[in-house]
Design a protein around this ligand. Structure first.
Ligand SMILES: [Zn+2]
Length: 230
């Protein structure tokens, strides 16, 4: 059994673990060492699991203001990182419950826009990433759109009926628009909260909705719902 995490903020994922290898070379990583959530400055950031505050720190050319929590599960120690914060609302040594607020988001450190960087580290694992691992598989399963649902094949069997067009409203703050139905496709724009559009899902089991030709958004990601049907 591994630790179960809950998402630290409600917002669209703007960068996945392992992306942009060139940018992360300078920190000695083969790619991005966590997950980024695009959220407005000042968004409350919550502990992904119950634990203890290991460190409240500042890294000018890196994490900016950040909080590191330690968690024990099944005799194993896990660390979660919450970076580019405005401030921490917890202090080192403090115990926190899962979902408890630990600070507010911002854009401090090596950051190019308001977001939360979330990292998961397990000592001795994934040496190329100095212990950082992809947090995605640790988020609670059984969500309507667990990560494995994201990379939906574009080879649609003839038998699958194409769903009819529906009117959707964006319920997350900023929703990434991608050039194809999957997070492996580049981001080509963003939709604001409240925006409505008529779209069609890739297939009845898919989380991907085509906004217009060649522009796709995810209905939900890691259990966070980005759209509602009007
Ligand atoms: Zn990041």
């Amino acid at each position: 059994m591994a630790i179960k995490l809950t998402v630290p903020v409600n917002g669209p994922i703007t960068q996945l673990f392992g992306e942009n290898p060139d940018f992360y070379k300078k920190w000695g990583f083969p790619g991005h060492n966590g997950i980024d959530y695009g959220i407005p400055n000042g968004t409350p950031v919550n502990a992904a699991a119950a634990g203890t505050v290991a460190l409240v720190g500042f890294e000018n050319g890196g994490y900016g203001n950040y909080v590191k929590l330690s968690h024990t599960d099944g005799g194993k120690t896990y660390y979660t990182y919450y970076a580019h914060l405005a401030n921490a609302t917890v202090a080192a040594g403090q115990k926190v419950k899962a979902g408890a607020m630990i600070g507010h988001s911002n854009n401090t450190g090596a950051s190019t826009g308001p977001h939360l960087h979330f990292g998961l580290k397990i000592d001795g694992e994934n040496p190329l990433y100095k212990g950082y691992v992809d947090p995605m598989p640790y988020f609670s399963t059984g969500d309507p759109a667990s990560p494995s649902d994201e990379s939906v094949s574009t080879d649609i069997p003839d038998a699958v009926k194409i769903p009819s067009s529906l009117t959707f409203e964006v319920t997350s703050e900023l929703l990434n628009v991608r050039s194809g139905p999957g997070v492996e496709h580049p981001i080509v724009g963003q939709l604001q909260k409240g925006k409505t559009f008529s779209g069609r899902r890739l297939q009845s089991q898919s989380v991907w909705v085509e906004v217009e030709k060649g522009k796709w958004v995810a209905l939900a990601f890691s259990g966070l719902v980005n759209l509602k049907v009007k």
